[in-house]
Design a protein around this ligand. Structure first.
Ligand SMILES: [Zn+2]
Length: 391
């Protein structure tokens, strides 16, 4: 093989590939290509791109020693291969190479706070040089698939008001369900975006499966599309909300719902008014609604919006997925007012494989001649939860 004809290679990771695929598919429109130095500086200054809020410059700046060596020797017009591990996933035609202010770039990606939990992840990925130029990549194919499914549904339902909502469902609880119900009341179609992220407590497949279960059994599933989203460091910190809104818009949504309980809203006070990052979004042709925070009120004995419950905070229990997950990790089933028993059952089965069989032996000895497990393990937990109601 003639090595001189071998193209140089730049190594990227899955998250960078996801960003490139988003760009290629127009999901971050009006940003449709990698920014060059001037465009990047303009976004740094104004937080806008072509009249639309855009939180941080979209610059291709792969990190790593090998990459640095390659990047500093690239020529204008040169074609490089983009590789994910040993796999070639795309090509890039170099237009310009420019030095970037790494620290400032990291700060902008996480939304200004260098102490943010996402900082380390972002820092690993940002290199010292930016490369602009056209490119083509072969990504996971999730985006074209989502676009097709959403468009088909819009046509099928003749949907005029399409609402997007981002949910990690990690795990899905009753307030999530409440948010989906409210959204369905006001819109013809609901698109639930679920980020593909495996560093969270529950794997994507289980989060997806439990959401699908709730939608198929307790909501009008024909009016809902679940759209997986590739997770990327671009969606870090408080910038996430702005980009989420943009992503919804570009997938064809007319409305976007953000929950006031979300930590991504970065609440701040302006004069005597409490504002969130949503208030600062400009130029995105999308109706953005802020849903009030829901809690369980011990006095009302139900799920209530904090806006209309007359009882004080000390009567409220907030819905925090992390707490429910901690309970499940201890083998405890959260009460049904927090999480559906079917969902708890799925998660317990995942956390304690084979446990149901052992417990069933105990129960069959103690309570019944037949036992309460018949086929699948998940049924055991559901059967057990029914026994809690027996007096
Ligand atoms: Zn109350």
């Amino acid at each position: 093989m003639d090595l001189r004809s071998e193209k140089k290679q730049i190594y990227i990771d899955k998250e960078a590939l996801a960003v490139l695929e988003m760009l290629q598919e127009g999901i971050l429109s009006p940003v449709l290509s990698l920014m060059d130095k001037d465009q990047g500086e303009e976004v740094m200054k104004s937080g806008m791109f072509e009249g639309v809020s855009f939180p941080s410059p979209l610059i291709f700046s792969p990190n790593g020693k090998k990459n640095l060596e390659v990047i500093t020797h690239l020529q204008k017009g040169e074609e490089v291969q983009l590789c994910l591990g040993s796999k070639r996933v795309g090509r890039l035609w170099v237009e310009n190479i420019f030095k970037i202010d790494r620290e400032e770039r990291i700060r902008r990606i996480v939304g200004g706070d260098l102490g943010h939990q996402d900082c380390a992840r972002v820092s690993q990925r940002v290199g010292e040089y930016g490369i602009s130029g056209s490119f083509s990549v072969e990504g996971s194919g999730i985006i074209p698939q989502n676009k097709r499914r959403i468009l088909e549904k819009i046509k099928e339902l003749d949907a005029k008001r399409v609402c997007g909502v981002m949910l990690n469902v990690n795990p899905i609880h009753m307030v999530h369900e409440k948010i989906l119900q409210e959204a369905l009341l006001k819109h013809d179609l609901l698109v639930v975006f679920v980020p593909h992220h495996n560093e969270w407590f529950l794997p994507f497949s289980l989060r997806f499966k439990s959401l699908e279960y709730v939608i198929n059994h307790f909501l009008p599933s024909h009016k809902i599309v679940i759209a997986p989203l590739e997770y990327t460091y671009l969606l870090s910190g408080s910038n996430r909300m702005i980009l989420n809104a943009l992503i919804c818009k570009n997938y064809g949504c007319t409305d976007f719902i953000a929950s006031l309980g979300s930590s991504d809203l970065s609440t701040f006070v302006e004069g005597d008014r409490t504002c969130t990052i949503i208030d600062s979004i400009q130029g995105v042709d999308l109706s953005i609604q802020l849903m009030s925070e829901y809690v369980y009120c011990k006095m009302c004995n139900t799920i209530k919006s904090t806006k209309i419950c007359p009882h004080g905070k000390h009567q409220h229990i907030s819905y925090d997925s992390k707490n429910f997950f901690e309970m499940l990790k201890l083998g405890l089933m959260p009460p049904e007012i927090f999480m559906r028993k079917e969902v708890s059952a799925m998660i317990l089965t995942y956390l304690f494989p084979n446990q149901a069989r052992r417990l069933n032996k105990l129960y069959s000895d103690l309570i019944t001649h037949e036992g309460i497990v018949h086929d699948e393990e998940e049924n055991f937990y559901e059967a057990l939860s029914r026994l809690y109601h027996v007096k």
